[in-house]
Design a protein around this ligand. Structure first.
Ligand code: XMP
Length: 435
C-alpha cells in the first residue's frame, strides 16, 4: 500500500464507518482499528499520516472504560480526538456532525492541513497495489473462485485475472434459480471477453430434484446452501494443485463481524462450510473496500455497468420468490416476469435508482378470463423497495402508467399468469423477500 492513510481507533463510536468513508471521499485512504492497537503495529503500517480517536457510547468493555495506549498518545502522530474524555489528551470535538457536509468540513483541515496527507486514494492506485500484492501472495500457484456473477465475486475475478491470468480458475454454479440471462452474461464476460478459465456447471436439475415438495422457506434455504457447497466441492476435487481460494469479502463484512466494541452483526463467510481436507489459503483482495468502491474498481477493470450496478440478489435466488414448494411452471413465471420488470424499469430510467425490484409467484391460483373463457392461473406480485442497509425499507412509488405497462406485458407474455398485484408493504412489518 503506497497510499497515505488516516487510522481511526475505535473507542466505541457508531460513526466510524461513516467517518472512514468521508475521509476516503476526500481521496485519502482510511481504516478502522481496535482501540488497543499498539504503537509498534501502527509504525509497521505504511504511510500513516494521522490518527483519529473516535469515542462513543460503547467505550466500556467488560466493565472497564477503554482508552488508547499511552504510547500512542505520546507518539507524535497528528491526532484528532472526538467524543472521548481522557485525561491523557484533550478532546478536540464533542460529537461527529450528523450532517455529511459538516463532517467533511471538520475532517478536511485535519486530513490535509494537520496530517498533510496526499489525496492519492483512487482505484487506479488500488488496482496497481493489489496486482502486486496478489502476485506476491500467490506466486506461481493456483487460485479457485466461486463466481456467482454478483458484484463482489465478479470484481474479484476481474482483479485476479489482471494479476495472475490463467492461474485463476472460476467455477460458476447455475443452481437453476438464477435470473434470466445471468449464466449467459457470466460466460460472455469472463470466458469470451476476458479469457478466464471458467468451469460452468449447470446443476439446475439436481437442485430442483432436491427441492421437490419442500415448502418450508428455511428448509429450502438450507438445501440450496448445502447443495451449492457440495457441487462446488465436487468441482474443486476434480482440479489439481489448487492452493488458494479467492473470496469476495468486502470491508462491511469485516466490520459486521465485530470489532472489540461492536457486537457481531453476522459472521462473514462466503463459500463457508467446505470440508476440512479441502483447506485453502484465502485471497481476499477487496477486504478494504466499501461497496461503492468495489463498483468503481469493477468499472476501472472494464466490467460492464449492468454487472457492476446489479441490484442485490439473494443467494437462494428465485427459490425464495417461487413461494412454497418450487414447481417448474411457477419458477418459469417468476423468471420471465422478473425479466419483464427489469426491462421496463430500465426503459423507465429506474435501473440503479431503485434499490431492489423483483417479482414473486405464490403457490395458489385465482380465477380470471382469457379468450372469453374462464381461466385459473397464478398471480404475479411486484415488489420494489428502497433502503440504506436492508434493515428497514420503504416502497418505491411507481408511476401508474409504468405499473400498467408492466401488468399488460406480464399477463400477455408470461405463461400461467392472469393477475398482477403490487406489494405496498414497508419493512417492517413485511420483509423485503416474501420467504
Ligand atoms: P429481507 O427479506 O430479510 O431481505 O428483508 C433483506 C435483504 O437480504 C436479501 N436476502 C438474502 N440474501 N441470502 C442472501 O444472500 C438469503 O438467504 C437472503 N434472504 C434475503 C434480500 O434480497 C434483501 O436484499
Amino acid at each position: 500500500m503506497k497510499q497515505d492513510m488516516i487510522v481511526i481507533l475505535d473507542l466505541g463510536s457508531h460513526e466510524n464507518a461513516r467517518v472512514a468513508r468521508a475521509i476516503r471521499g476526500l481521496g485519502v485512504y482510511s481504516e478502522i482499528y481496535a482501540h488497543d492497537t499498539t504503537l509498534e503495529r501502527l509504525k509497521k503500517m505504511p504511510n500513516v499520516k494521522g490518527i483519529i480517536v473516535s469515542g462513543g457510547p460503547n467505550n466500556v468493555v467488560d466493565g472497564v472504560t477503554i482508552d488508547v495506549a499511552d504510547e500512542v498518545y505520546a507518539s507524535g502522530y497528528p491526532m484528532l480526538v472526538v467524543d472521548h474524555q481522557s485525561n491523557k489528551m484533550p478532546m478536540d470535538v464533542q460529537h461527529w456532525p450528523e450532517d455529511d457536509a459538516e463532517l467533511v468540513k471538520l475532517l478536511k483541515p485535519f486530513v490535509f492541513g494537520v496530517c498533510k496527507a496526499e489525496a492519492n486514494w483512487n482505484m487506479k492506485n488500488f488496482i496497481a497495489d493489489q496486482v502486486e500484492l496478489i502476485r506476491n501472495q500467490v506466486g506461481d500457484q493456483k487460485v479457485l473462485l466461486a463466481l456467482s456473477g454478483g458484484v463482489d465475486s465478479s470484481v474479484v475475478a476481474a482483479l485476479l485475472l489482471k494479476a495472475i491470468g490463467n492461474q485463476l480458475t472460476c467455477v460458476h454454479v447455475n443452481h437453476g434459480l438464477l435470473r434470466k440471462g445471468e449464466p449467459e452474461q457470466v460466460i460472455e464476460v469472463f470466458q469470451n471477453q476476458m479469457n478466464a478459465n471458467l468451469i460452468y456447471v449447470d446443476a439446475s436439475e439436481r437442485f430442483l430434484t432436491k427441492l421437490a415438495n419442500v415448502s418450508d422457506p428455511e428448509q429450502k434455504r438450507k438445501i440450496i446452501g448445502s447443495e451449492f457447497i457440495r457441487v462446488f466441492e465436487e468441482e474443486a476435487r476434480k482440479l489439481e494443485g489448487i492452493e488458494f481460494l479467492a473470496q469476495g469479502t468486502i470491508y462491511p463484512d469485516i466490520l459486521e463481524s465485530g470489532t472489540k466494541t461492536a457486537k457481531v452483526v453476522k459472521s462473514h463467510h462466503n463459500v463457508g462450510g467446505l470440508p476440512e481436507d479441502l483447506k485453502f489459503k484465502l485471497v481476499e483482495p477487496l477486504y478494504q473496500l466499501f461497496k461503492d468502491e468495489v463498483r468503481a474498481c469493477g468499472l476501472e477493470l472494464g466490467l460492464p455497468e449492468s454487472m457492476v450496478y446489479r441490484q442485490p440478489f439473494p443467494g437462494p435466488g428465485l427459490g425464495v420468490r417461487c413461494l412454497g414448494a418450487i414447481t417448474r411452471d411457477r419458477l418459469e413465471a417468476v423468471r420471465e416476469s422478473d425479466a419483464i420488470l427489469r426491462e421496463e424499469f430500465k426503459n423507465a430510467g429506474l435501473e440503479g435508482k431503485v434499490w431492489q425490484y423483483f417479482t414473486i409467484v405464490p403457490d395458489f391460483k385465482s380465477v380470471g378470463v382469457r379468450d372469453n373463457a374462464r381461466s385459473f392461473e397464478y398471480p404475479v406480485i411486484i415488489r420494489a423497495v428502497n433502503t440504506v442497509d436492508a434493515m428497514t425499507a420503504t416502497i418505491e412509488h411507481i408511476d401508474w402508467d409504468l405499473l400498467d405497462r408492466i401488468t399488460k406485458r406480464i399477463v400477455n407474455e408470461v405463461k400461467n399468469v392472469n393477475r398482477v398485484c403490487y406489494d405496498l408493504s414497508p419493512k417492517p412489518t413485511a420483509t423485503i423477500e416474501w420467504e
